[in-house]
Design a binder for this molecule. Sequence first.
Ligand SMILES: [Zn+2]
Length: 147
Amino acid sequence: MLAPVTRPNLPETATAAILRGVKGECPRCGQARLFRAWLKPVDHCPACHQDWSVHQADDFPPYISIFLTGHLLAPVMIAIGGSDALSMTAKIGIAMVLAAILMLMFLQPAKGGTIALQWWLGMHDFAPGGKAETSAPPKGAPGSPWG
Ligand SMILES: [Zn+2]
């Protein structure tokens, strides 16, 4: 049985929503996990009932992950590239292992942040979105969707 719907603790800014998503929390309420598996978001938030199945993060999280990994790995590659102490095989091995670890590390936070941004902006089936919901009249006020 679903819990009664009350106005959740909505984020006040896009940054707050994205930070919740990056942390793997529900961007709308922050009270439940956004992911049921590593990259698989829950269909609905158990706390606020937001439908997360409509997100379309697609290739953007891997793009963010690769972008961040490249920028963090560049100084390391420059440092070990100039070293004569390591063989070329060792340098390539270090780079490949570090790149794989960093990309895998960033993937879930990037997906959470992407889903949160889509929700905030009301993209796809998230319309009208978190920004519109946050600026809606509070509970009890005329025109409030919360009664
Ligand atoms: Zn929620």
